[in-house]
Design a protein. Structure first.
Length: 197
C-alpha cells in the first residue's frame, strides 16, 4: 500500500481538501451549525478549541498515521465538516476512516455517502489498501447506521476502549470493508447517489 499523501478528492458536489491551519474559521462555522460540540459521542471541537484540533490533526499527518481533510460544498465553497484517514498501517495495507462530522444542515444528505465513496475509492484504487476500517462510540447509533449503510461489516465491540470528552470510558464498535468487497459496495453507493438526484 502506498503511504497516503495530501490530495484533493472531488465530485460534482463535494470537495475533500487537505486540512490546513487556515481552515479553522470554516470549521468553527460548520460546528456552530447544530452546536455539534455538545454531542457526547463525537470529537467535534468546541468554540475556541478548533485551532488545537487542527494542530493535533496536522501533527498526526506529520507523524504518518493520519491524513485529515476538510469537506467543502462545491456550490457555495463553504467548509461543511471534516473527515480523515487515521490508524494508517502500510505494513498490513490497512487504514481507517473517521473523525467525521458535518454541520447539522448537511447531515442525512448525499454528503456522507459522497465523501465516503471518494475516500474508499482513493484508498482501494489508488493507495492499494486491502482493508478500510471504521470505529464509533457504542452509543452513537446514528454513526453506526451510517457506516452500515456504506456496506461495511461489523467486526465486533472493543469494551472499555477509549475516553469520551466528558471523561467517561466508551465501548468502541468496529467495522471494516475488505478490498474484495469494494467493487460491489462501490456500485451500490453510486446507485444510491444516482437515485437521490
Amino acid at each position: 500500500m502506498q503511504k497516503p499523501e495530501p490530495v484533493t478528492l472531488s465530485s460534482a458536489s463535494l470537495r475533500l481538501e487537505p486540512l490546513a491551519a487556515d481552515h479553522v474559521a470554516g470549521l468553527e462555522a460548520a460546528a456552530r451549525d447544530g452546536e455539534l460540540w455538545n454531542l457526547r459521542v463525537t470529537s467535534v471541537p468546541a468554540p475556541g478549541e478548533t485551532a488545537a484540533y487542527v494542530a493535533a490533526a496536522l501533527k498526526g499527518r506529520q507523524d504518518g498515521h493520519m491524513l485529515p481533510f476538510v469537506v467543502v460544498d462545491v456550490a457555495s465553497g463553504r467548509v461543511i465538516g471534516s473527515t480523515r484517514y487515521h490508524d494508517i498501517v502500510p505494513a498490513v495495507e490497512r487504514l481507517e476512516i473517521g473523525y467525521t462530522w458535518y454541520g447539522k444542515s448537511w447531515q442525512r444528505t448525499h454528503v456522507n455517502t459522497t465523501a465516503k465513496l471518494l475516500l474508499m475509492q482513493h484508498a482501494f484504487e489508488t493507495l492499494g489498501a486491502q482493508l478500510v476500517g471504521w470505529r464509533t462510540d457504542n452509543y452513537n447509533h446514528a454513526s453506526q447506521r451510517a457506516i452500515e449503510r456504506l456496506g461495511a461489516r461489523k467486526d465486533g465491540v472493543l469494551r472499555h476502549h477509549a475516553l469520551r470528552r466528558d471523561g467517561t470510558v466508551r465501548d468502541t464498535v468496529m467495522y471494516s470493508l475488505a478490498a474484495g468487497e469494494w467493487r460491489e459496495v462501490k456500485a451500490h453507493l453510486q446507485y444510491q447517489l444516482a437515485r437521490e438526484r
